[in-house]
Write a protein that binds this ligand. Structure first.
Ligand code: BGC
Length: 965
């Protein structure tokens, strides 16, 4: 994901010698040294780095050694995969030497519009502005800023504005008009009197902000199609005559279906599966591309290939549905050219376009793509091609008011993974092992005879040496390529499909298959990496790396449950539990903002949130706790992590509708204890075929979430200045809490479902009154965790809460024992089995090496990886204490035998870091606090209260009592 973050991070991290750190450091005999240094906090833990991204940890293959019996039935473990051209950023401070700010104590580092890195075609007239600074001044705080805008408009400036705000500041100028390009600069002053120069200019360009800007109409092929059979992908083209060279040209484009646009033989942009997946009937994204370099004076060919994608491909399980959004593919393209003389011309999809089928014979997200290279139409996207034999197109009716600009990044091809082995299965088929379970597709290169077909089948695991496709259920996940033939090698990668796989079985390969012949191409939303965690334990480190890989695989335009089987849906419960982890690891603000708008758009008139968003499922409109509560929880997490009040404002009606729906469902008793629930889904005690049969009462879970949602709604209303509404829902929340307490908690504080999830919910959501009762409940939770032998005893709902609940109860040892557990069920058990992603089930691969027989057995589900947020906040010790990390709470916690850990996060104010290391009897803690923020630091093992610090790098080294470890 974003390659540029490294530069931002390492440059941003400069900070002066932190006077505050020295002054506020705890005194007393235990403190051996207290230092606060510029930059030195960063880059010290490199020695402990393990092979991130690999199936091997610390050079030892994980799976086979730890689980020898597993090898007999199922292939696990592997050598580390070789990954090239990966757009991820590795640990920024380790990857690059720390650079001190040279020649100036203060400068603006970044200036952004909304949450976008790419600002061409922004969809709002008043994009909010955020900037970060590099400051060598310790404790630097902003006192004022000045913004200036330039462009075709008369220049404007705000003058000096006395304000400490630097994140999502309201656009202070006249609104942008459609297509308008503007350049913004900012300069800042510090409370200490420091002043920066003007920032580098940042450019923004508005997209088409008004439906009336569109002269194009959707057009599609007219040939008859049989929806019960695979439908070939249409190609559409038209030639246009430019009366001179273009000074500036934009292509505004989208499709009913997925598209790849082309101009004069070249691909437009590098998006994959554009326009992505939204609730199309209410929100359909269009993209804006700068196509100036692709055009020339005279004749130009403009074209596009269309695929079924989410629009009319198969969606959903048990056979699913096709044509969910419509049965006709169509293209909407508007090419706007501005000539050197300033005149303009627009070429838009209309009845002059022509259509034909081509080499993509079939394409489906679940089933894969079939390509016959003999059907290629050479030169079709070049001017001068004879399309006389092509069919006319016809308009396809669509409401253009649904068109919206993206708020998040597109899906891209972000890395290539090379095979670690090519083996032959017992049935004689070559199987390529990429050593990493990933999401994307395979690219092949070979020379074959015309008409010869290679078949690629994908799977996440092997069973008895053969591809194990049972977990894919009805997704065929099969790509087929038929050679065109000839002397030259042919290279092919499917366009309009993706698979979740580590293994590819290859059939029909011409000659001997070599390890370099098939390469895996990783695809996902091109989010910017924002967070890193490393520690001394290789298994825990690999667990974290697995969380990152599962996030990559399941952030493919929509936050999905899984990327491989006949599902891949935006399950609300999964992102509800994973949102805190996601917001830390990547910048998901724009991505989830878009998804939340879809969530709101999909709510029915009763406020019910469907199980999945966007929703292609029949019968999904039944309120389900922890799933539908994504409506309140995800916006609240975005506010907490990114300081985005706008997202709360935008989602408030949706949040309110959901809570009102719960109030209606629960009725006057305020107990939501009737009707269907997923409950503590996948409690490890539930049988494989009954994933909902949890130990915790589903009504208890639902009532707990009802209280939580009412509380979050009340807080959001309060933040938005709606005091009455805040009071009303605070009262509702109090009533629900009281009802919960009456119904589910004993006078002493025992909970009726005597299960870990029940206690974790009651404690973390604050549902029982009285300190003594809470202490009793906490003690009972600890007893239950111990009784389980510190194996995990929670499902979807309890898992993100259990470690925090134990920590809050002071049971850190138990939290660490649970975290570091290797026996099944535990977070590390899959790692011992060679997992390279997070599994759906605690035992997707069972200890005897067999694949779990349940109908749902994915090897790439991020939900249970939600524990990574505890690693970031508590083991690493970096948490927000104010919206958007304006204030940080840094409270690292050694334990579990760890000797060091480090965590870094690029907050909206710049990079923050915390690292601790045990060194004999000493501990060293280093903290980096971004400019314009403050932090409270809770030093491990010290009881003398939090230390207050300002921006800068701070270091403490002191005696750390053994018994505290
Ligand atoms: C999905 C889960 C989802 C669940 C809801 C499953 O099929 O994969 O992750 O949340 O259904 O019950």
């Amino acid at each position: 994901m974003g390659v540029d973050a490294g530069a931002v991070v390492r440059a941003d991290s400069a900070a002066g010698v932190g006077e505050a750190g020295v002054a506020a450091a705890p005194g007393g005999a235990a403190v051996v040294a207290t230092l606060a240094v510029a930059g030195a906090v960063l880059g010290l833990a490199a020695a402990g780095r393990v092979a991130a991204g690999g199936g091997a940890v610390g050079g030892t293959p994980v799976g086979l050694a730890a689980a020898p019996q597993a090898a007999s039935r199922t292939e696990v473990g592997a050598a580390a995969p070789r990954i090239t051209s990966d757009r991820r950023v590795s640990f920024p401070f380790i990857a690059t030497p720390y650079a001190r700010l040279v020649g100036g104590a203060l400068e603006v580092a970044t200036l952004r519009f909304e949450h976008r890195r790419e600002t061409l075609g922004i969809g709002v007239a008043r994009p909010r502005l955020s900037w970060t600074v590099r400051a060598e001044v310790p404790g630097w705080r902003q006192a004022a800023y000045e913004l200036a805008v330039d462009g075709v408009r008369p220049p404007e400036t705000t003058g000096r504005v006395a304000s400490g705000e630097s994140v999502l500041v309201a656009w202070p100028f006249a609104p942008l008009r459609s297509r308008e390009r503007a350049t913004v600069r900012v300069r800042v002053w510090g409370a200490d009197g420091s002043a920066s120069g003007w920032s580098a200019p940042a450019e923004v360009e508005a997209g088409l902000l008004d439906p009336a800007d569109w002269t194009a109409r959707f057009v599609g092929p007219t040939w008859p199609e049989d929806p019960t059979r695979p439908r070939p992908c249409p190609m559409l083209r038209r030639e246009v005559e430019l009366r001179g060279p273009a000074a500036r040209a934009r292509l505004y484009v989208t499709a009913l279906g997925v598209y790849e646009a082309r101009i004069n033989g070249q691909r437009v942009g590098d998006h994959v599966l554009a326009p992505g997946w939204t609730s199309y009937r209410r929100r359909l994204r269009y993209q804006t591309f700068d196509v100036t370099p692709l055009l020339r004076a005279g004749r130009n060919a403009v074209g596009a290939i269309l695929g079924d994608g989410w629009f009319r491909g198969r969606l959903g399980f048990r056979g699913g549905r096709r044509d969910v959004y419509g049965d006709r593919l169509a293209l909407l393209a508007q090419l706007e050219v501005e000539y050197v003389d300033g005149s303009r011309e627009t070429f838009a999809t209309d009845d002059r376009w022509r259509a034909a089928t081509g080499p993509i014979v079939a394409s489906d997200l679940y089933d894969g793509e079939t390509y016959d290279a003999r059907l290629e139409r050479d030169g079709w996207d070049q001017p001068g091609y004879d399309d006389a034999g092509w069919s006319p197109v016809a308009p396809v009716a669509w409401d253009l008011t649904t068109l919206v600009a993206p708020t998040g990044p597109p899906v891209r091809r972000t890395a290539e993974v090379h095979a670690v082995a090519v083996t032959r299965s017992p049935s004689g088929k070559p199987i390529v092992d990429f050593g990493q379970n990933l999401v994307g597709r395979a690219r092949l290169t070979a020379r074959g005879e015309a008409g010869q077909t290679v078949t690629l089948r994908h799977a996440e695991v092997l069973e008895n040496g053969e591809l194990c496709t049972r977990p894919l259920r009805l997704a065929r996940a099969t790509d087929q390529y038929t050679f065109r033939g000839g002397e030259a090698p042919e290279t092919w990668e499917p366009r309009f499909t993706f698979h979740g796989f580590r293994y590819v079985e290859v059939d029909g390969w011409p000659g001997e298959l070599g390890p370099g012949d098939v390469v895996a191409v990783v695809c996902h939303s091109d989010l910017e990496r924002r967070g890193w965690f490393e520690c001394s334990d290789p298994l825990l480190q690999r667990f974290h790396e697995n969380v990152v890989w599962s996030m990559r695989g399941n952030f493919l335009d929509v936050p999905t449950d899984c990327p491989q089987r006949d599902e891949r849906l935006g399950w609300t419960g999964d992102i509800e539990v994973f949102a805190p982890t996601a917001t830390f690891l990547y910048d998901v603000a724009g991505f989830l903002e878009s998804w939340l708008r879809d969530l709101a758009a999909e709510q029915d008139e009763r406020g019910v949130v469907p199980y999945v968003v966007p929703n292609p499922l029949p019968n999904a409109y039944v309120p389900a706790a922890a799933w539908g509560d994504a409506a309140t929880i995800v916006p609240s997490v975005l506010y907490e992590r990114y300081g985005d009040l706008g997202v709360l404002a935008a989602q408030l009606p949706s949040m309110r509708a959901w809570v009102d729906c719960l109030a209606n469902t629960a009725g006057a008793r305020r107990l939501w204890d009737e009707g269907f629930q997923f409950g503590d889904w996948l409690d490890p005690a539930a049988p494989p075929d009954k994933p909902g049969a949890a130990r915790t009462d589903p009504g208890l879970v639902a009532t707990a979430y009802f209280a939580r949602s009412a509380e979050l709604l009340s807080r959001a209303a309060g933040l938005l200045g709606q005091a009455d509404e805040a009071a009303r829902y605070a009262e509702l929340a109090a009533e629900v809490r009281a009802a919960f307490d009456r119904e589910y908690a004993s006078p002493n504080g025992r909970i009726v479902s005597d299960a870990q999830t029940a206690y974790a919910l009651a404690l973390q959501f604050g549902l029982i009154e009285g300190a003594a009762r809470r202490a009793h409940a906490a003690a009972r939770l600890v007893t239950l965790v111990r009784a389980e032998g510190h194996c995990v005893g929670t499902g979807f709902v309890g898992t993100p809460l259990i470690l925090d609940a134990l920590a809050a109860a002071g049971a850190w040892d138990d939290a660490f024992k649970l975290l570091m557990q290797r026996a099944c069920p535990s977070w590390l058990y899959p790692v011992t089995m060679g997992a390279t992603t997070i599994w759906e089930r605690w035992d997707s691969l069972r200890p005897d090496g067999s694949v779990n027989p349940g109908q749902m057995t994915s090897f790439n589900h991020y939900a249970l990886g939600a524990a990574a947020d505890f690693l970031h906040r508590s083991v690493g010790g970096l948490a927000p204490a104010g919206p958007g990390y304006r204030r940080l709470r840094v409270a690292p916690r050694p334990g579990g035998g760890l000797t060091w850990a480090r965590v870094e996060h690029v907050t909206p104010y710049g990079p923050a870091a915390c690292r601790w290391r045990l060194d004999g009897d000493l501990i060293e803690v280093e903290v980096s606090v971004p400019p314009n923020t403050t932090a409270e630091i809770v030093l491990p093992g010290r009881d003398d209260g939090p230390v207050e610090v300002g921006a800068g790098a701070h270091r403490w080294r002191y005696v750390y009592a053994q018994e505290r470890r």
